[in-house]
Design a protein around this ligand. Sequence first.
Ligand code: SF4
Ligand code: SF4
Length: 303
Amino acid sequence: MELPYIINIQRYSIHDGDGIRTTVFFKGCGLSCLWCHNPESQSYSRDVMYSREKCSSCGKCIEICPHKAIHFEDEVPVTDREICQKCETCLDWCLNNARDIVGKQYTINELMREIEKDRMFYEESKGGVTLSGGEVMSQNMEYIVALLKKLKKSGINVNIDTCGFAPLDNFKAVLPYADMFLYDVKHLDSDTHKKFTGQGNELILSNLKAISDMGAKINIRIPVIDGVNADDKSMGDIIDYLKKNINVYRVNLLPYHNTGSHKYEKLGRDYLDEQLKVPSDERMEQLKAMFISNGFPDVKIGG
Ligand code: SF4
Ligand code: SF4
């Protein structure tokens, strides 16, 4: 079975569902949101990361790379990602640990062993495991379903954190094993959605409605970004849609922050954040009040 790549297994997470959780971040996503905090999770293959602040510009990586994938630009070793074969030779030779590769494969048994280490915390806090990303629902579903079956058999609570951009059949496959979906809703206007995420919202909304109709427990998560969706009209549209169509358990309003911007540099990418602004605390409280006044009983600011 082809193993998906995982970028991180985060322990003691308290922002990815109820209780203390272990969050598994899968690599690869069909969206490319401008505000993504984990750009290293967007591609489905491994990525070379480079930390400018650790680099002494010694040039050893350029000298040693067997594929001649690195060259200097203003004393910065720039990796040509088309040429790089991810052979890891440069990692071994960089004495400053300025180079890294993200993306590791785990067999299901290996991953279960990692997850089982924190079982005591799940039981004490009514927590469990959250499968996240990237996008867990667009991974190899044979692997994901087999993992879910093992988790269920072990009595571990499972949340699926999803952007919703995946085939409906994938959702149907995980539905019997998922205790809750953490489901992102970003914008109701498909053109605006496409402008900021790279894809329209039709598939995302139809999947959301379908799993709601099939009885899924749904925690809606809305990244709130001034300049994208923090205005009354955008948020009002989301509220109207959810009220009419979705059985919502909880709403999390997640204020945008740009703490992931440094990772774009590590990947040799630009961070295109000109239109993205952090919403004020006052605006977040106003939006929370909007949701509560529209009948949503459990509304939280933050994860
Ligand atoms: S080997 Fe490491 S420290 Fe030297 S130039 Fe390459 S990345 Fe920088
Ligand atoms: S991972 Fe291998 S191919 Fe890629 S830059 Fe490093 S040495 Fe070169």
